[in-house]
Ligand binder design. Structure first.
Ligand code: NAI
Length: 410
């Protein structure tokens, strides 16, 4: 039995680690076998038999419900707890009162505080913008806080009335325009939550030689929550080799713009990271107008939700966008396809496995198996570039034929 462990903040990966995978509902049955075959081939090629993943199938979602009567069996949670790293296909959200989204449950159970979404363009993919190749960013979206935490009270509910009365009586709040009928949501944002996310973003920038990190927020309007995120983000920057936009402005005020530009160029030449921030609405313009300016982005939960899907659309859609939910402190990480179960094409052999396969690239990188990761990514890039694609990308290959093309390349 060889398990991945976190020892003194370092992930220890044996040569034959057990890694659980959840096939997923709907197209999960098409794309998960494709991903397993491609990863196995790349690992075999890169390490010539010295390393091999021992896959462990775990039940979750509809398949789990049919077999065990439980959407997320306790054995699955126990295995995920023990193995740290896992990869999963999409899971349907059970419909009906009292069911939480399985994805949300997994995020909360393992406190997977960073949603990591690398976004880049692959030649050959249809994009709605003129220069999609200028997009190459990694979004670090805070995953546990913000208005997204789900603390909400329905319009005219006793809880909403009570909270509004409290705000009026004890906090002098009189700007709730319709205080009799408003629903109310709560937005918790903390220095603890912000700093662990921003640290993960800096660590990623350093590990990947990226020299620009942007904090995205709406601190101009929400001064203590989103403004707090910005402030705490800059505090974290002090612990890293950085040159911030504040340093730039201070030099500019004292010595002029040319001196500030020189100082920035010197800092970058020394390998420092340039840190700035952007207000979320402006940032959504900037990613269309000047995408090549940005590399690593750290942002709050709701902004991150919008930004990662906007960027995915810019490079050709969520069918090829990977993602992971990670707790960089405990090492728990779940890599996943970012799309859903695609019930309209499930079982037809039409699904594009690229999102899940690119998630496996993230997983291999996270494990430090970078040679295998590079093989998978290169095979995917050249296969798509040669026009061999599934129907969603304009081609005519089935999931199996596309997978075979990748295996041939590897
Ligand atoms: P969806 O992503 O499943 O489908 C949206 C559209 O994209 C459909 O036309 C589908 O055919 C297409 N599509 C998705 N993946 C594709 C692939 N790999 N290859 C080719 N085409 C693909 O989103 P929808 O319909 O909103 O959700 C369906 C179910 O999935 C719901 O139960 C939802 O809760 C769940 N879901 C699960 C997610 C997860 O587990 N991470 C994420 C999003 C939705």
């Amino acid at each position: 039995m060889a398990k991945i462990e976190m020892i003194d903040g370092q992930l220890k990966v044996p040569h034959n680690p057990e890694i659980p995978y959840i096939q997923g509902d709907g197209v999960g049955a098409d794309i998960s076998p494709a991903m397993l075959a491609v990863v196995d081939a790349a690992v075999a090629k890169a390490y010539q038999g010295e390393k091999q993943i021992q896959w462990q199938a775990l039940l979750a979602g509809e398949k789990a419900f049919q077999e065990t009567g439980d959407y997320l069996p306790s054995e699955t949670l126990a295995s995920l707890t023990e193995h740290l790293i896992a990869i999963k296909g999409p899971l349907m959200t059970p419909i009906g009162e009292g069911f939480r989204s399985l994805n949300v449950t997994l995020r909360q159970t393992f406190d997977l505080f960073a949603n990591v979404r690398p976004v880049e363009y692959f030649t050959g993919v249809a994009s709605p913008v003129k220069r999609p190749e200028q997009v190459k960013m990694t979004i670090f979206r805070e995953n546990t806080e913000d208005i997204y935490a789900g603390i909400e009270f329905e319009s005219e509910s006793p809880q909403a009335h009570r909270l509004i009365d409290l705000l009026k009586a004890d906090f002098g709040i009189h700007q709730i325009r319709f205080d009799q009928t408003s629903a109310i949501g709560i937005k918790p944002v903390s220095p603890d939550g912000t700093k662990r996310l921003v640290r993960a973003a800096f660590d990623h920038a350093i590990a990947n030689g990226q020299q620009r990190l942007t904090l995205v927020h709406k601190g101009n309007i929400m001064k203590f929550t989103e403004g707090g995120f910005k402030k705490w983000g800059y505090e974290v920057a002090k612990d890293y080799p950085t040159f911030t936009v504040n340093d730039f402005n201070a030099i500019k005020a004292k010595e002029g713009i040319e001196a500030a530009k020189t100082a920035k160029a010197t800092a970058l030449a020394e390998g420092k990271i340039y840190v700035d921030d952007a207000i979320a609405d402006n940032f959504l313009q900037q990613i269309l107008l000047n995408p090549s300016e940005y590399q690593v982005v750290a942002t709050l939960n709701l902004n991150g939700d919008y930004i990662s899907d906007a960027l995915a659309a810019q490079v050709g859609g969520i069918g090829i966008s990977p993602g992971a939910n990670i707790n960089f402190i405990t090492g728990h990480a779940i890599f996943e396809a970012t799309h859903g179960t695609a019930p309209d094409i499930a079982g037809l052999g039409l699904a594009n496995p690229s999102s899940l396969i690119l998630s496996s690239v993230m997983m291999l990188d996270f494990m430090g198996w970078t040679a295998a990761a590079a093989l998978v990514k290169a095979a995917l890039a050249s296969t798509i570039a040669s026009g061999q694609t599934t129907r969603d990308l304009g081609g005519d290959l089935s999931t199996t034929d596309f997978t075979q093309a990748l295996l041939d390349k590897i």
